[in-house]
Write a protein that binds this ligand. Structure first.
Ligand SMILES: *Cc1c(COP(=O)(O)O)cnc(C)c1O
Length: 396
């Protein structure tokens, strides 16, 4: 059922560009532009405040949560959208700590995205209960899961190298030690098959502007396993209240996953995301994964045969990678700027990583070949060695 020619036609990509950065910001789905325009003029413009009811704006967080649930092996009623990933991870961590009051260690790894670690540091210090954030090497996580660990907090796919953790095995290990497992799916949702139910994950969160193509500023999502949905939420906002429009001065958490909502949903962003998710209705995630592996192998083979100056930073085994391929080069930043100026868009992650997102929905063999050829040409000619390619922009 998955037709990658058809999915390619659903995106509005600039002519002549090879876009290998959908792992950071997915491109514009054609339908999203129309859907947002309709929401702006037809709903906001035409219906004004009545659109909260008439156009179903207030139901978007749960409705889109259920759509995302279908992509990550979660049951209906276990996922809700809103806020940002940094906040959703924090809500998960606070909930897990509440469920393991006697334990003081949060275990994470040095491959985790800094914001997850920063938010954990902020939460633990605000709680003031003597919790410790223990950060170990990604390869050593399993051996550090001990009886003192309250929560394992990991990102499944490493944002720099693409290394992929074994979610089911680590979750099992955490449970065997009496700990809970929180998974960040930033580089998993929409990129590879995820089975939160099968892995028995306790909590998960992710963003929708990367592989799900929801657009810049698109809302995050949060998953809470059914058996944990009774927790008291850290962020007790009015839209997570049992009866927001009762305007009761006291907080009472809403039913189930609804209590993970905080405040007013970003309606225009949700409209864009809704249109972006339509594309996944036509996609079998197993087929997508197989295609992503094929394209990744093709890129690695082409780059390794033509570009002796770069080294593979991703695991060589396709099963141990997410849907990106990374290479190291000491002048990685300048090399990436030169690539971008030649129409091949990837990105750079400090200190020396050239990162390429492999997104079969709109990338095929031709794009992979052109990327490898362009990289080889830039390295052979040292075209990157120019001052304008070395000036760092705010976003890399
Ligand atoms: C992209 C990313 C984030 C970003 O968080 P925001 O709050 O959406 O800015 C957080 N964690 C991981 C693992 C990411 O890859």
């Amino acid at each position: 059922m998955t037709d990658f020619i058809a999915t390619r036609a659903r995106f509005d990509l600039p002519e002549g560009i090879v876009y290998l950065d959908g792992n950071s910001l997915g491109p514009l789905p054609r339908a999203a532009a129309d859907r947002v325009a309709q929401t702006v003029t037809g709903e906001w413009g035409g219906q004004l405040i009545t659109a909260w009811n008439r156009a179903g704006w207030m139901d978007q967080p749960a409705r889109l949560g259920d759509r995302i649930a279908g992509l990550i092996g979660a049951a209906p009623g276990t996922v809700v959208t809103g806020d940002t990933l940094s906040l959703k991870v924090t809500q998960c961590l606070a909930a897990a700590l509440q469920l393991r009051p006697g334990r003081k260690v949060v275990l994470s790894d040095s491959g985790n995205f800094p914001s997850d670690l920063y938010m954990a540091q902020g939460l633990l210090s605000a709680l003031g209960q003597g919790h410790e954030l223990r950060i170990v090497d990604p390869e050593n996580v399993a051996q550090h899961i001990g009886e003192d660990v309250a929560a394992l907090m990991l990102t499944e796919v490493d944002y720099r190298t693409g290394r992929k953790h074994d979610m089911a095995a680590l979750t099992d290990k955490a449970h065997a030690a009496g700990a809970l497992a929180i998974w960040d799916l930033a580089h998993s949702a929409g990129a590879l098959p995820v089975d939160l139910t099968g892995a028995r994950a306790d909590f998960a969160a992710g963003c929708t502007y990367k592989f799900l193509n929801g657009g810049p500023g698109a809302p995050a999502f949060v998953y809470v396993a059914p058996q944990h949905q009774h927790v008291e939420p850290l962020l007790s906002g009015w839209l997570g209240h049992e009866a927001p429009f009762a305007f009761d001065p006291d907080y009472r958490p809403g039913p189930g996953i609804a209590r993970m909502r905080v405040g007013t949903p970003p309606v225009l962003q949700m409209a864009a995301l809704d249109a972006a998710l339509d594309i996944f209705d036509e996609v079998d995630m197993q087929v997508l994964r197989a295609r992503s592996m094929e394209l990744s192998e093709r890129l690695i083979a082409a780059v390794e045969s033509r570009c002796p100056e770069v080294t593979l930073a991703s695991p060589r085994d396709a099963n141990a990678r997410g849907s990106q391929v990374s290479f190291r080069h000491p002048e990685g930043y300048a090399v990436m700027q030169a690539l971008i100026s030649d129409g091949v868009i990837g990105d750079f992650r400090a200190p020396d990583i050239l990162r390429f997102g492999i997104t079969p929905l709109y990338i095929g063999e031709d794009e992979i070949d052109r990327a490898a050829e362009t990289l080889a040409r830039i390295l052979d000619s040292r075209a990157w060695d120019r001052p304008e390619f070395k000036r760092r922009a705010a976003v890399t």
